[in-house]
Design a protein around this ligand. Structure first.
Ligand SMILES: CC(C)(COP(=O)(O)OP(=O)(O)OC[C@H]1O[C@@H](n2cnc3c(N)ncnc32)[C@H](O)[C@@H]1OP(=O)(O)O)[C@@H](O)C(=O)NCCC(=O)NCCS
Length: 174
C-alpha cells in the first residue's frame, strides 16, 4: 500500500471509495459524504496537500482529507471524510492514513485538527474531546464525539467556536 497526495486521476476512485464506505446499504443512494468531497474540492477551503489517498494494486482503496476550518476567526482544520473501501477495512488502511494526514498538516504549521467521529477510533491518534481545549462544536449535541488534536504550532489560547468549510453547512452536515 502506498499513501500519497491526491492526483487529478484519483477523483473517480475517491468518489467510489467514499460512496462504498459511507452508504448504509449496497443498493442505497449516494451518501452525503460523496457530495461533500465533490463540493469541498471546488471550495476555497480545499487544501491540495491535505487530500491523501491509499493506493493498492493501482486502485484507490482509501482517502482522507482536511479542509480549512476556523476557530472563531483563527485558521484550523476540519478532517472529513475518511473512507476505506469496505473490503479493505480492518487491515490498517485507516491507521496509515491518519498519521499521514496529521503529519502533513503539522509540516505545514497548521495548529489544530477537529473532527466528528467515534472516540474509540480517533483517540489513538491523539484526539480528545474538543471541549477540553475550549473549542465549541458546530452542534452542541455532538458532545465528546467532536474531537480535536493539537499540532506542534498549537497556541493554547486557540479557543472559541469551530466552523467547517462552507460545504459542510450547505449540505446540512454542520
Ligand atoms: C473508519 C475507517 C476509516 C477505519 O479505517 P480501517 O482501515 O477500517 O481501520 P484500521 O484497519 O486502520 O483500524 C482498525 C481499528 O479501528 C477500529 N474502528 C474502525 N472503525 C471504527 C469505528 N467506526 N468506531 C470505532 N472503532 C473503529 C476497529 O475496531 C479496529 O480497532 P482495533 O485496532 O482496536 O482492533 C473505515 O472503517 C471506514 O471507512 N468506515 C466507514 C466510513 C466511516 O465511518 N468513516 C469515518 C467517519 S467520516
Amino acid at each position: 500500500m502506498l499513501i500519497r497526495r491526491e492526483q487529478s486521476r484519483d477523483v473517480e476512485g475517491i468518489a467510489a471509495v467514499t460512496t462504498a464506505a459511507h452508504r448504509r446499504a449496497p443498493d442505497s443512494t449516494e451518501p452525503p459524504a460523496t457530495q461533500l468531497v465533490a463540493r469541498l474540492h471546488a471550495d476555497s477551503g480545499w487544501l491540495p496537500a491535505l487530500s491523501l489517498v491509499a493506493i493498492a494494486a493501482d486502485i484507490v482503496i482509501g482517502h482522507v482529507v482536511c479542509t480549512r476550518g476556523h476557530v472563531d476567526d483563527a485558521p484550523a482544520l476540519g478532517l472529513a471524510p475518511i473512507s476505506v473501501l469496505p473490503k479493505g477495512q480492518d487491515r490498517g488502511v485507516g491507521h496509515a492514513l491518519m498519521p499521514a494526514v496529521l503529519g502533513a498538516a503539522d509540516a505545514t504549521d497548521e495548529p489544530l485538527v477537529c473532527l466528528l467521529g467515534e472516540p474509540a477510533f480517533y483517540q489513538r491518534f491523539g484526539f480528545a474531546p474538543a471541549s477540553e481545549l475550549g473549542i465549541v462544536a458546530p452542534d452542541p449535541h455532538w458532545g465528546s464525539y467532536f474531537q480535536a488534536r493539537p499540532l506542534s504550532c498549537y497556541p493554547s489560547d486557540l479557543t472559541g467556536s469551530f466552523r467547517y468549510a462552507a460545504p459542510f453547512a450547505e449540505l446540512g452536515l454542520s
